[in-house]
Design a protein around this ligand. Sequence first.
Ligand SMILES: Nc1ncnc2c1ncn2[C@@H]1O[C@H](COP(=O)(O)OP(=O)(O)O)[C@@H](O)[C@H]1O
Ligand SMILES: O=C(CO)[C@@H](O)[C@H](O)COP(=O)(O)O
Length: 500
Amino acid sequence: MINLAGIDIGTSGTKVVLIDDTGRILASAYKEYPMAQPRPGWAEQDPELWWQAAAAGMREVLTKSGLSGQEVQAVGLSGQMHGAVLLDKDYELLRPAILWCDQRTGAECEWMNEELGTEKLFAWSGNPALPGFTAPKLLWLRRHEPEIYARIKHVLLPKDYVRWRLTGELATEVSDASGTLLLDVTKRRWSEEMLAALAIPRAWLPPVYESTEISGWVTPVASSLTGLKPGTAVVGGGGDQAAGAVGAGIVESGLLSVALGTSGVVFAAADEAQILPGSGLHSFCHALPGKWHLMGVMLAAGASLQWLRQTLACKTSYDSLTALAAGVKAGSEGLLYLPYLLGERTPYPDPAARGGFIGLTMRHGQGHLVRAVLEGVTYGLRDSLELIKEAGVPAAEIRVSGGGARSALWRQIVADIFQAPVTVVNSTEGPAFGAALLAGTGIGVYASVAEACGKTVRVESRQEPDLSAGETYEKGYALYRSLYPLLRETMHGLATEFEN
Ligand SMILES: Nc1ncnc2c1ncn2[C@@H]1O[C@H](COP(=O)(O)OP(=O)(O)O)[C@@H](O)[C@H]1O
Ligand SMILES: O=C(CO)[C@@H](O)[C@H](O)COP(=O)(O)O
């Protein structure tokens, strides 16, 4: 029997899964860690936490499954995208990683978009400069932490730091590298033009693999810490959105998924690189050789519900909160929620966007607040759906994944606001499961990623859109859409005058 491991370095925690080649989950483990917010809009994490969580998680899944490390044939990696991990000449960490949801690089992005110009940015990388991407973080460090910047010798993405600890190899792969803004997404290699324009040394960046290629082998030291056998193959893997899409079977053009994680993502697989200046979508390499994808990313999807829970109802489970929301009618009796708690990326690339509840009355209680959050986040995702539809991708069926997909109510709200059937697949392990499938493809267990998905991914449930709720939500969405342009200046005033 072939057994495969997948490791997903999430924002809230690291998940490790062990599967067999039929896709059966043999064991899984989850290790949480905090995210530091040293200043408003900043988000950092110590990469050592990721490695400790990955190693402990791997030991735990081996114990739970009763397998020995000798019986695991390959490992795939996945992780939160865009984070900058900086190493010095001795491969030591120079500072905490700056994460995907960190918003400090507004000025650097403005400079890139205006001085370099969007024409060159799209020609070289396929994407605009957005706060959160890796390249603007390097520019920020050059200006604000020159002593650190002067000592940088290697720049890695979060999962690739774990790869370094597992295999001793510095490497990345195309799907995650797409989010650095330093990859030529069409050619699937580093962009010499972008590196030259930003004066970022090419030598800082690791070799780029395809997601299914073997990038290294587990070292004896990592073996003693993880329980894996020395020499176990570690494949490229994928950024969490691409690996999660593989885990949900989104591997062919025309298939759409929505990830309700900390962030919220609408994802569409594509047969070719679609460079769409001005669309607000990300155009990245998919974790399949010769495939790409489009996606719209909102920063605070699950994070909005997590915030509400921590702030108003910390002892209440997510299931109890959504049960309260189920008792409220579609439209939350006139209450709208704006989900810009971390600023926003799609459709408004605006670090100073801010959240809010609009329409509060004395009638509104906890259930209304929760429902308004679920609806407001889904309206935000609808913005990305509209952009993806404009790019020519039809929305025939939406596969929903991530922590929020556990809620049948939230899935129904997605079906009603998107007016499309919503499905859920058998594996709830998302990106870690997808990473394990990439590992299996890398060592030849499956002939292709599509074959891996065909053999292991099944649709398990389907919810149809309700027409009457859909009509209510069309009106709600129009009002939601009107709010950001109306409130933008107010949000910016609050962010610049009152924060700190
Ligand atoms: N039972 C649930 N019902 C609704 N939402 C949930 C539930 N469990 C988790 N969530 C949401 O999922 C989010 C975490 O999603 P997950 O995919 O695990 O995160 P990560 O971004 O770390 O990969 C939480 O912030 C929360 O909003
Ligand atoms: O920034 C992006 C994608 O562009 C985020 O999707 C991060 O990759 C992390 O997301 P979570 O899985 O933690 O929600």
